[in-house]
Design a protein around this ligand. Structure first.
Ligand code: URA
Length: 214
């Protein structure tokens, strides 16, 4: 069963509270998204392997650690996941960034039964050799996240994590059923979905809040 990590760092909690406020405008919401994404990426990369090397300081030879092995690929789910890229890339500038575009199926009943439409997919050619972090602002029904992870798995990539600023039990359950090998990182596990499939209490439409489209 994939582990669920609810990140309780005070900075993450504080910034998510500001994001929840309906009076927070899109400029601030976007900045907060980037900051939370940076902190979450820090947590999600906690176990990257290290190797010891010798470095000559101005004073002496230091035996010290550097990250070894696989490089990182960041895969935001369009569109709200895009808001998380800036923060993650500021921490891992050498990361490659792929994109998966997934939208709710226009047929609402299909959506409830798990159908989504993929309209775009461009992944790094060497993704199989990378540690992959799939990211979306919210883990709601889990349909988009599950479909995006399936696309990444089709490439043969084995090391995949999923991060979302907030999540709810429905989405977590979906990922645990369909991708039990994936570790999930989130800043909050909310109550659940309402009839319009919004996370409660959540922070409304994540894409609209980041891009100011409403
Ligand atoms: N997508 C959103 O933008 N908001 C939600 O609450 C759920 C899914």
């Amino acid at each position: 069963m994939g582990k669920i990590n609810v990140l309780e760092h005070p900075l993450i909690q504080h910034k998510i509270s500001l994001m929840r406020d309906k009076n927070t405008g899109s400029k601030e919401f976007r900045e907060l998204t980037a900051e939370v994404a940076l902190l979450m990426t820090y947590e999600a990369t906690r176990r990257l392997p290290l190797k010891e090397v010798e470095i000559e300081t101005p004073v002496a030879i230091a035996r010290t650690n550097i990250i070894t092995g696989r490089k990182v690929a960041l895969i935001p789910i369009l569109r709200a996941g895009l808001g998380m890229v800036e923060g993650a890339v500021s921490l891992i500038p050498a990361a490659k960034v792929g994109h998966v575009g997934i939208c709710r199926n226009s047929d609402r009943d299909n959506h409830k039964s798990g159908c989504v439409d993929e309209y775009y997919c461009k992944l790094p050619f060497d993704i199989k050799e990378r540690d992959v972090i799939v990211m979306d602002l919210m883990l709601a029904s889990g349909n988009s996240a599950s479909a995006a992870i399936s696309k990444v798995k089709e490439t043969g990539a084995m090391s995949i994590k999923f991060i979302s600023v907030i999540a709810c039990p429905e989405g977590v359950r979906k990922l645990q059923e369909e991708h039990p090998d994936i570790e999930v990182y989130t800043g909050a596990l909310d109550e659940g979905l309402n009839d319009d499939l919004y996370i409660v209490p959540g922070f409304g439409d994540g894409g609209d809040r980041i891009f100011g489209t409403k």
